[in-house]
Design a protein around this ligand. Sequence first.
Ligand SMILES: C[S@@+](CC[C@H](N)C(=O)[O-])C[C@H]1O[C@@H](n2cnc3c(N)ncnc32)[C@H](O)[C@@H]1O
Length: 300
Amino acid sequence: MKGVRLKVCARKRSLRPVFPVVQCRYASTQSTPEPSHKTASFGFKDVPEEEKESLVRNVFDSVASSYDLMNDASSLGVHRLWKDTFVSSLRPGRNGPQKCIDVAGGTGDIALRILDYARENYADRDTTVDIVDINGQMLKEGHRRFKKTMYHNTPQISFTEANAQEMLPEKFPDNTYDLYTIAFGIRNCTSIPAVLREAHRILKPGGVFACLEFSRVGNPILSTLYDHYSFSMIPLMGTLLAGDRESYQYLVESIRRFPPQPEFARMIREAGFMTGDDVDGGAWADLWGGIACIHKGVKL
Ligand SMILES: C[S@@+](CC[C@H](N)C(=O)[O-])C[C@H]1O[C@@H](n2cnc3c(N)ncnc32)[C@H](O)[C@@H]1O
């Protein structure tokens, strides 16, 4: 346990001190939830709402060790360009060091880019990023990766296991962060409004919510090609590279269930954020014709 920062924020105390992750879960997400009659999408299936979280957890438990490799293979490396564009559009550190949170941060792709961007562009070594994810395996991969960077064991980075929909106020107080990022994560959450509510709560007034997510392709030819590629190639690569077709089938299907750009922009506004107009270049910015998309909102 020496050198391991381990804090129990939950009422439940079964923690495995594998690496310095802070676990912050509500007891309600740990005990067997009351069955509801509401459903949530899990890929193309509709499942009882209370089951989605554990199904998603299983997917990411299964893909964690191959996640970075599969990301590169299935997007032919393009996810790196999108993530670079996402982070540079936020210009972290431009107005001085920022307190950032990267939710559904997984293996830390966005957090690493934020810290690198601030350091390389503004010689900023005081910007911090708290990586939050519901999945300990994904965080473990992220932690392993950060060990090879200059940010390891510095106050610039932390790892916390928590649900984006219910972030413990003792650990994530109101009006705390300058920047909230979530990349390819929100579509996996059971309730998008609950995630947005929490994002709004923990951001400072004037703080920025920024989401990178797969979205809707406007051009019908591109859309057909993209559908063909993603439904045939990605599950196949999942089978060949990770021995797991089903998880990658889910990931592709979940993209199609995510709300289109204007609907997601409306949800962001309903959570209390100010956005631009409902056009590409306003409330959102399409990447590669809408295959991916950046949405931003400012807390008033
Ligand atoms: C596709 S990965 C994206 C990881 C990383 N942001 C990236 O861009 O590479 C989605 C992540 O969302 C996390 N996730 C899913 N549901 C979540 C929830 N309710 N709260 C927090 N994280 C969640 C998963 O564990 C997984 O690490």
